[in-house]
Design a binder for this molecule. Structure first.
Ligand SMILES: [Zn+2]
Length: 199
């Protein structure tokens, strides 16, 4: 039996999302067939506006409604520290835990040769103009404790060392190897920051 084209199109779109296999894609599509049209319109409007109505901060590369983002433009933040994270979601996790008041720098990924992702595809070199600011005293590398996260941390610290001798630290204690910052609970996250070691 041939599936209606509109159905197949949506199944294909769902399948392109991370963590969604063919079965889930089919299930979601057929579920949506029973949802009122108004709700579907709201859904498609939310998807359509996702990129149109957000901006990437030109300083830290966080995603928000304004550029600079609310964190970079907040005069109360501690501007002596920059915490490097893989994704904007990591900022959300750290902010929720509420122990860190410094600035951030979002890489938007990690170095991963298997996926052809090198430093050029990430916001790594954009860090250099930021650390020239004499006010910065510490760079905290909060990449995930995975193989790719470690390789990325190593690359970043070597890069910074070429032009600066500032304190570079790496979070880690309490976070199991292979863990994802985004899913760490607030206590673990706080401890891993408190126990950060010089890199
Ligand atoms: Zn920002």
């Amino acid at each position: 039996m041939r599936v209606a084209r509109a159905i197949q199109k949506l199944i294909d779109s769902f399948e392109r999302l991370p963590g969604i296999g063919p079965k889930t894609a089919q299930r979601l599509t057929f579920y949506l067939l029973h949802v009122p049209q108004k709700q579907l319109d709201e859904f498609s409007e939310a998807v359509g506006g996702l990129k149109k109505n957000t901006k990437t901060c030109s300083l830290c590369f966080n995603v928000s409604e304004t550029d600079p983002c609310p964190i970079c433009s907040d005069p109360a933040r501690d501007k002596t520290k920059i915490c490097i994270v893989e994704q904007p979601l990591d900022i959300m996790a750290i902010e929720k835990a509420g122990f860190y008041y410094g600035l951030y720098h979002v890489l938007h990924g990690v170095i991963n040769p298997l996926d052809n992702i090198g430093p050029e595809q990430l916001h790594i070199h954009d860090l250099l103009p930021r650390i020239k600011d004499a006010i910065i005293t510490e760079i905290i590398i909060a990449a995930n404790p995975t193989m790719e996260g470690e390789a990325t941390s190593m690359y970043i610290s070597k890069l910074i060392r070429q032009s600066s001798s500032m304190l570079i630290t790496r979070i880690g204690r309490g976070l199991p190897t292979g863990a994802d910052l985004e899913y760490a609970d607030e206590i673990t996250l706080t401890k891993s920051f408190e126990g950060r070691r010089e890199y």
